[in-house]
Design a protein around this ligand. Sequence first.
Ligand SMILES: Cc1ncc(COP(=O)(O)O)c(C=O)c1O
Length: 460
Amino acid sequence: MQRIAASTQTKFLLDESQLPRRWYNIRPDMPTAPQPVLHPGTRLPIGPDDLAPLFPMALIGQEVSEEPEIAIPEEVLEIYSLWRPTPLYRARRLEHAIGTHSAIFYKYEGVSPPGSHKPNTAVAQAYYNKQEGRTRLATETGAGQWGSALAFACKLIGLECKVYMVKISYEQKPNRRSMIQAWGAEIVPSPSEETQAGRAILAEDPDTPGSLGIAISEAVEDAAGRGDTAYSLGSVLNHVLLHQTVIGQEALAQMDLAGAFPDVVIGCVGGGSNFAGLAFPFLREKIAGRDIDVLACEPAACPTLTRGPFAYDFGDTSELTPLVAMHTLGHDFVPAPIHAGGLRYHGVAPLISQLVRDGLIRAEAYLQNDVFASALLFAGSEGILPAPEAAHAIHGAVRVAQAADEAGVERTILFNLSGHGHFDMAAYDNYLEGKLEDVALDEDEIGPALHAIEGLPTPA
Ligand SMILES: Cc1ncc(COP(=O)(O)O)c(C=O)c1O
């Protein structure tokens, strides 16, 4: 355990010249290599040509790269500099509110123009697609953070953008929708009548709240059907996690400025990108022998890492994507409409799933009323109103601090505050009015959901 410098500093800031110039690729450092990605039809390992209709070659290359680091293009760095490096805070007021003896730090990604970590990869993806001649991107969005990040990136880089937004979020978050439109993108609620996948699901269940798995099917179908369009995913894939590692690299330098090193690193997990962004550079240290507890926080309504098996599954509901080995609840699982829309995904990134399997990362699942209580504790002490997704990481940090106090130890805790909640006020209204339902997935719902993966290949 490290002692923190006896300073009273609150913010640890890096100069623009200290923006990381390379992304960190965890693949060559992993104790177990990730399982091969399989073709949805042949079930044999896929090659670059299979992915070419959906992604530019540069991103396909990053998906399988074994290079330890990958240079960030100048144009991407220039756009990053609009908000990066992001601040790292010592949460003294939160520590005081909890009454803990531990030190809590957080990295704040909500300072980006769309309000979350998502543009770290959106800008890179838009850049490589433009370089390779695509003029339009299609994507899905849950809470709207990813859709707005991609709309922002496409606007700045000069691409058209089409967003399929999960219906429940489309209804709950009209301002996210407006923001996406303000950056010039086209947006429809998903499932929509515009794709075969959407029409099939609406025919079966016209009142479905939608899910990320369904919205991904629509966006993939859109991109596969048009030569000018590529598909863009905001999480899960190796290249997305790679682009997010600017977060952890900055945080390492900022913890150094604070004269501290974390005993515990915490992030919320939907598909896993913000968690990986913070945690991977610290996992490099852990794999090299440093003692760090790395904790992934997920909703009890969608407990993929804590209760889903490690298995081959599709990334989307309509079985259009390749098969990847990951923790999953089954690709046609529709999670309850909790307010952390960005955490309602049936799978978790293969890289993270493998690291959980190897015991380098552990996971916990929380109920949404507990999460909102921690969100308000944080807002009432540190001032920032967190996104409901990010509030899972806050709740994790509060629990770790409380457990340390009970055990009579002091820990240095670092978590990722992946976004602000300024467009999530309806969720806060519901919480304050006592209307939030606590949803934990029932054991007897998991079995039927997992029927969807029966007969699929088994990971080695
Ligand atoms: C603020 C915020 N945090 C976290 C997430 C979860 O995604 P991921 O696990 O890829 O970071 C989202 C997704 O929409 C989000 O908007």
